[in-house]
Design a protein around this ligand. Structure first.
Ligand code: NAD
Length: 402
């Protein structure tokens, strides 16, 4: 792998990235900006060049999807098919780095045997490592270059080669002892979020029963300068990572006769939050002698995260479906999204007329572009699942928090 290091140093290395999505595209751009020749490979013909270039490239970073199947089991078929394509063209001096989130053991149980079947020796003829992506969509402070990156090679030589490449575009690369450890780091990070969000969602349910304002309780607890980290409740988990990744870990543990109880419990609480939101809406309407059936509901914000247009796994979609199933007439507004894939649910303009038309306005995403003063002024009742109206002074008697 000496020649590989030399090529990285003198910028003659030909780098490639497979899967040009949220993760792969910024990575490819990062390498290009650092002065490397980069080829992006994708099955979407709009995005790229074909796979034959793998025979020429010095490095391959794999950033393909890792979804869940219908039964919430890992679907690593994208990784497997890409590995087969790489195997056909694997050559001495090549570095392969898997970046897709996956369960511990994927790199050395799924990729390694296939690549080693070529007769080439890992750590000697070619290198193989895992390095999880930490992209935070919409984050303008922490991007690829200034977010520390974890890296674990299948052998120490693999770690060394992969670190050398990634250090050219990322300020801090943190090595761990193995590819499995690197895979587990990513799953710890995401499970940590899923479990803590599950905990705070349950605290919201407890506070509702105790007649307490969960937001006040969290804000007060967050004044403790040590030993507490605030998480906030909401209508459920969204995005591509947090709702899905812990299931990769739980699945792997199941094969080892171990039940990942925290993951199961957090999933149970988080996936039930949209039901809780709808119960809240029904109760609020009930207080004014209205039934949820036949009520007019305006849902504000359907992206899973404020100030993004990302609909993936958004809990707002479940809220829309559940409201519709209860017989409500539902419209939504989102400054970044005009369509959702739910028949009979359409977007609308955000006007005083629409705010006033609705029997209840439900805030599911706290986009910062909304004028919450004017929303509260015009709406008749508001269920605020994000405490987005916290600074509104007038009309607070119309606001019902989660
Ligand atoms: N999006 C995030 O915020 C994020 C953050 C951290 C980790 N991840 C992980 O990174 C991985 C990729 O996620 P993403 O969000 O970039 O997904 P994505 O769906 O945005 O992009 C994946 C790309 O891979 C392409 N692709 C699929 N099969 C292919 C094949 N056989 N050959 C070539 N290209 C192929 C698709 O066309 C698509 O362009 C996943 O494992 C995900 O869990 C994502």
């Amino acid at each position: 792998m000496q020649t590989f290091m030399q090529k990285i140093t003198d910028r003659s290395a030909h780098v490639s990235v497979i899967g040009l999505g949220y993760v792969g595209l910024p990575l490819a751009i990062g390498f290009a900006q650092a002065g490397y020749q980069v080829t992006g490979i994708d099955t979407d013909p709009q995005k790229v060049a074909g796979i034959s270039v793998l025979a020429e490239v010095d490095s391959v970073s794999i950033c393909v999807p890792t979804p869940l199947g219908k039964t919430k089991d890992p679907d690593i078929s994208y990784i497997v098919s890409v590995t087969e394509a790489i195997r056909e063209r694997l050559h001495p001096g090549q570095l392969i780095v898997l970046e897709s989130t996956t369960y511990p053991g994927t790199t050395d149980e799924v990729l390694l045997p296939r690549l080693a079947s070529t007769g080439l020796q890992v750590g000697h003829d070619f290198c193989l490592a895992f390095s999880p992506e930490r992209i935070d969509p919409g984050n303008t402070v922490f991007r690829l270059a200034n977010t520390p990156k974890i890296l674990g090679g299948v052998t120490p030589q693999c770690t060394q080669a992969a670190m050398y490449l990634y250090q050219q575009i990322i300020a801090t690369v943190v090595p761990v002892s193995s590819s499995r450890a690197a895979e587990m780091v990513k799953l710890l990070e995401n499970t940590f979020r899923a479990v803590n969000i599950g905990l705070v969602n349950e605290v919201a349910l407890m506070c509702a029963r105790l007649g307490l304002d969960v937001w006040e309780v969290i804000d007060a607890a967050a004044t403790k300068p040590f030993g507490f980290m605030p998480f906030y409740p909401g209508p459920g988990l969204g995005g591509h990572c947090i709702p899905l990744d812990p299931h990769y870990l739980a699945w792997k543990l199941k094969t080892l006769d171990y039940r990942a109880r925290f993951i199961e419990l957090a999933d149970d609480i988080n996936t039930n939050m949209p039901h809780w939101v709808v119960t809240r809406v029904a109760d609020v309407l009930n207080d004014v002698q209205k039934s949820i059936k036949g009520s007019k509901i305006l849902v504000l914000g359907v992206a899973y995260k404020a100030d993004t247009n990302d609909l993936r796994e958004s809990p707002a979609l479940d809220v829309l479906r559940l409201l519709q199933a209860k017989g409500s007439e539902v419209f939504f507004h989102d400054p970044f999204i005009t369509e959702v894939d739910i028949s009979g649910v359409y977007s609308t303009e955000l006007s005083d007329r629409m705010l006033n038309w609705a029997d209840c306005v439900v805030i599911t995403t706290n986009h910062s572009t909304y004028n919450y003063d004017s929303i509260v002024a015009q709406a008749r009742l508001i269920v605020d699942t994000r405490n987005a109206t916290r600074h509104v002074k007038e009309g607070r008697e119309k606001i019902y928090k989660l």
